[in-house]
Design a binder for this molecule. Structure first.
Ligand SMILES: *Cc1c(COP(=O)(O)O)cnc(C)c1O
Length: 360
């Protein structure tokens, strides 16, 4: 706090990302990163862009990131004007909050969802209404009435991992046809249905994606949004009033190469899904309740152990998972699906932490 701060800065409550520990030997299952290295095509693309002497870096990148947007548009069967890119989907989301979600009626999102949403609301002065999920953490589309404000939903949801079907999303889009509905698809590649095919029929739909999770590029910072041209134009107007070059040359080339390598995606996504199914079975055998997950993480609790205590005990064993000290989910752990070896280390540690884990 300082007298030099602009008004309101001391009232902000910034998002707290999961820990990025300095200790390399930790088993890191706390921020839903991909456990596999990115496509080799990514490294080649960065090398090619860099050239022998790095000359390319002397020049600003294409402010419209057209080459990358063309790759995305072709992949989705959309026009160039229906694709927006940004420096990670967090930035794309922030731009969308300012461009599309700041209206008279409060923004609606589930009470348990990505904890960045209320942070953007406070930054931009957007009123919001948390809509409670059902007891089993399912989202009931009927809870979103026609007369409310815009809607943002993560699908699959974070941190629960539960997903809505495309048909349920279409019902939501029809019910809320007079407001924008943002679907945050950060985890969609791990088994959920994308809403992108609904874009042609629904002018109120914005789909947001990231290369951080399914393409193993959290360190590269590239995300994108898909929607009908008027929604994309609003995002572009805000972005160009803030940062004209969100995608640097290396990131643009790397992201295009990553998206083009469909075989890499199919292989690694299947490996993560297989590990997830094995992990779910092993956690259940230890007495955990595990929500059905369509993501690269599982959300689990043990009836005999508090979430915070379990997370601390795991950390002492060199394994970090994510625990949220928040209402309704304080006893749950969000555990990223790692390699088979990392998952095995987690299960072994849990077995050791309490012989009583088997109890109920
Ligand atoms: C990880 C995540 C993001 C942010 O991804 P970046 O592209 O790395 O900024 C957005 N939404 C949800 C729900 C996420 O879990």
């Amino acid at each position: 706090m300082s007298r030099f701060w602009s008004p309101g800065i001391s009232e902000l409550t910034p998002y707290v990302p999961g820990e990025q520990p300095k200790l390399a030997q930790l088993v890191k299952l706390n921020t839903n990163e991909n456990p596999y290295p990115p496509s080799p095509a990514v490294l080649q693309a960065i090398q090619r862009e860099l050239g022998d002497d790095g000359q390319a870096l002397r020049l600003y990148p294409d402010p419209t990131s057209q080459a990358l947007r063309e790759v995305i548009a072709a992949r989705e069967g959309l026009d160039l004007g229906q694709v927006f890119v940004g420096n990670g989907s967090d930035e794309v989301l922030g731009i969308a909050f300012r461009a599309l979600l700041q209206h008279e009626r409060p923004l609606r999102f589930p009470d348990i969802s990505y904890s960045f949403y209320p942070v953007y609301c406070r930054l931009f002065g957007i009123r919001y209404q948390a809509v409670p999920l059902a007891d089993d953490f399912k989202l009931r589309v009927d809870d979103y009435g026609a007369d409310g404000g815009p809607v943002i939903v993560a699908n699959p949801n974070a941190p629960t991992g539960r997903a809505l079907s495309r048909a349920e999303i279409e019902t939501l889009l029809v019910r809320c046809r007079d407001v924008v509905v943002v679907i945050d698809e950060a985890y969609v590649d791990f088994g959920a249905q994308s809403a992108a095919p609904l874009i042609a029929r629904h002018d109120n739909l914005l789909v947001v994606r990231t290369l951080s999770k399914s393409h193993a590029l959290a360190g590269l910072r590239v995300g994108y949004a898909l929607g009908q041209a008027p929604l994309i134009e609003a995002l572009t107007r805000v972005m160009d009033s803030f940062n004209s070059y969100p995608i640097d040359r290396l990131a643009g080339a790397a992201a295009a190469a990553a998206l083009a390598d469909e075989a890499w995606l199919a292989r690694t996504r299947q490996a993560v899904i297989d590990s997830r199914e094995t992990l779910v079975g092993q956690l259940q055998a230890l007495g955990f309740e595990v929500l059905p997950s369509q993501a690269n993480f599982v959300f689990a609790r043990h009836p005999a152990h508090a979430g915070a205590a379990l997370a601390a005990a795991l950390r002492a064993e060199g394994i970090i998972v994510r625990h949220f000290a928040a209402p309704r989910i304080a006893d749950w752990l969000r555990i990223t699906v790692g390699t088979p070896q990392q998952c095995e280390a987690l299960v072994t540690a849990l077995r050791g932490i309490a012989g009583s884990l088997n109890a109920p």
